[in-house]
Design a protein around this ligand. Structure first.
Ligand SMILES: Cc1cc2nc3c(=O)[nH]c(=O)nc-3n(C[C@H](O)[C@H](O)[C@H](O)COP(=O)(O)OP(=O)(O)OC[C@H]3O[C@@H](n4cnc5c(N)ncnc54)[C@H](O)[C@@H]3O)c2cc1C
Length: 518
């Protein structure tokens, strides 16, 4: 939406093709119960327009999905965006036509369109994945994927509900569904380190303070690693006494949002010994919150340290397992065998269910690209080029794919980011580059192969010291459904948003170095 607004305002002829039937992206598709921000709402909204900031009040510190979708609609209305969007147009293919110097796109229904330049904004978490389990089609009850949730209300009252998946989405959904389900069975393969969200309504006084200090809020976000309001404590964990360490862990645990992930000692995500200390703290928190000690152990991750995967934020997740109507099935103990017409069968027998919810997440970061047959110069397929892992220049362009920009693509800092903050930076960079080209009468831009090599190596080097690269997750390109057989790769730029922005500024100052313009 910002790309459309910005590029249009800069005088470009822009048209958006969108698979959904309305605006909202993530917030349009993910209508599952419990869906809400883990970014502070007032740090996530667009910052580029005084008018949008002035006329919108967030009602909660971590907005629920319906409110965020309303916000997206408010923005689309105010900026009159819909007149330049074709909805219900799912792009299936995009081909570079060298002789015409144009891209041709084709929708799943055969409609076509041409443009000199394509800017993708197809999302990092927008390609929902179903588990590869036999029998999915056989189930006779209700079945939903959280990322394709129906628009009509779904009732859980009195029903036997099964949830597959305990990632960020599963954790939110389980906590909410447990409130009304007759019986809830949680099928867990690998537990995550979850930490309290600590949401609450925004009172009138706080609302006024937020409005009065937006400039400072965005300045703080701008300077922090992930553009969140939380930035790391400047000390290393092992530099301080055990008591001081515990005190900071307690303090951040009590704070809202990602304070425990982004606002702790600066080395907890890079130093194994430091990470062990926070991991031990989180382990004790889980044990304190789950009454049955054996159950608590099942909920404690054993294969990765705290924060080396995206941290699901929760509002009473662990307490759900103290409820009489909730049962945890540990799929490592009793592996899943198949979906049956009446429920889910594991090695210990059949769990009869009225509803199955697949909280199995997304083919992250490259999934939405892989679902489009993108062909660059000489018919090269992007999927082939990225078969061993993405190669990009600044996460924004790819050698061999002229006039194609990939907003928040792989290797962009945006993927660790409070996304709207990084999206604004990406859009402004692309807008600046296109204006630069227009002034010079240039029509073609392509990442130089050497610039791509250099950036890709830099991304890998920067990630090497981070503990997350030693763990299977969507940040290392491993989807739990085993779709990617290439093994771990680096999907995200781990140098942080300020470094990324600095690098982009240097590129601009050097006349868009690394981009071949003609
Ligand atoms: C449940 C959930 C919670 C999240 N919470 C946060 C949060 O708290 N903070 C945060 O910073 N980020 C969060 N995110 C990440 C979130 O995706 C981004 O904040 C933001 O929505 C990214 O915007 P986007 O426009 O780049 O992508 P999206 O919002 O994913 O939009 C991509 C759009 O592209 C469309 N599209 C995809 N493929 C095609 C195609 N082939 N043809 C046509 N259209 C296509 C999709 O329909 C969609 O509308 C969350 C993600 C999820 C799934």
């Amino acid at each position: 939406m910002y790309a459309l607004h910005r590029l249009r305002a800069q005088g470009f002829n822009v048209h958006v093709y969108e698979a959904g039937v309305d605006v909202g992206g993530t917030w349009y598709w993910n209508r599952y119960p419990g869906a809400r921000f883990d970014s502070e709402s007032w740090t996530y909204g667009y910052s580029f327009s005084e008018e949008l900031l002035r006329d919108w009040d967030w009602s909660e510190h971590f907005s629920p999905q319906p409110e965020t979708l309303r916000y997206c609609n408010f923005v689309a209305d105010r900026l009159d965006l819909r007149r330049d969007i074709t909805f219900g147009f799912r792009v299936a293919a995009a081909r570079w036509d060298e002789s015409a110097g144009q891209w041709e796109i084709e929708a799943t229904d055969g409609r076509r369109a041409r443009a000199r330049l394509i800017v993708t904004a197809i999302g990092a978490l927008s390609a929902p994945v179903m588990p590869k389990i036999p029998g999915v089609e056989d189930f006779r009850g209700e079945a939903y994927h959280t990322g394709l949730w129906p628009h009509q209300p779904v009732s859980f009252a009195g029903k036997r509900v099964g949830v597959l998946g305990t990632g960020a989405t599963g954790v939110q959904a389980i906590t909410e569904i447990a409130k009304t389900a007759g019986h809830l069975t949680v099928f867990q393969r690998s537990p995550n380190w979850c930490a309290p969200l600590r949401n609450g309504p925004i009172d009138e006084e706080t609302q006024q303070r937020i409005h009065a200090t937006y400039a400072e809020i965005f300045a703080r976000c701008r300077d922090s690693y992930g553009c969140f309001i939380h930035d790391a404590d400047p000390r290393n964990a092992m530099e301080v006494s055990a008591e001081e360490r515990e005190a900071l862990y307690e303090k951040t645990y009590a704070l809202p949002g990602f304070a425990k992930w982004m606002g702790n000692f600066r080395d907890i995500l890079v130093d194994r010994a430091a990470n062990d200390t926070i991991t031990d703290f989180m382990r004790r928190k889980i044990r304190a919150r789950v009454k049955d000690p054996a159950l608590a152990e099942k909920l404690i991750p054993k294969n990765h340290g705290f924060g080396t995967r995206r941290v699901p934020l929760e509002s009473g997740y662990y307490e759900v397992f103290n409820q009489a109507n909730v049962r945890l099935v540990d799929l490592r103990e009793t592996p899943l065998e198949r979906i049956t017409p009446a429920g889910i069968r594991t090695s210990s027998g059949e769990h009869a269910l009225d509803m199955i919810i697949y909280a199995t997440g997304f083919d992250a970061i490259t999934g939405a690209f892989d679902r489009i047959d993108i062909r660059g110069r000489g018919g090269e397929a992007l999927k082939d080029k990225w078969a061993k892992g993405p190669r990009t220049y600044l996460g924004l362009q790819i050698a061999g794919f002229p006039n194609l920009f990939t907003l928040i693509g792989p290797h962009s800092a945006a993927l660790f980011c409070n996304m709207t903050r990084c999206i604004e930076q990406n859009v402004e960079f692309v807008g600046g580059l296109l204006t630069h080209m227009r002034k010079r009468g240039q029509a073609r831009v392509e990442a130089a192969p050497q610039a791509e090599d250099e950036w890709t190596s830099h991304v890998h080097e920067t990630a090497a010291r981070m503990l997350f690269t030693q763990v299977d997750s969507w940040m290392t390109g491993v989807h739990s459904e085993g779709k990617h057989t290439r093994g771990r790769t680096v999907m995200v730029y781990a140098g942080g948003a300020p470094k990324f922005r600095e690098r982009c500024e240097e590129v601009v100052a050097a006349g868009y170095a690394g981009f071949e313009l003609r």
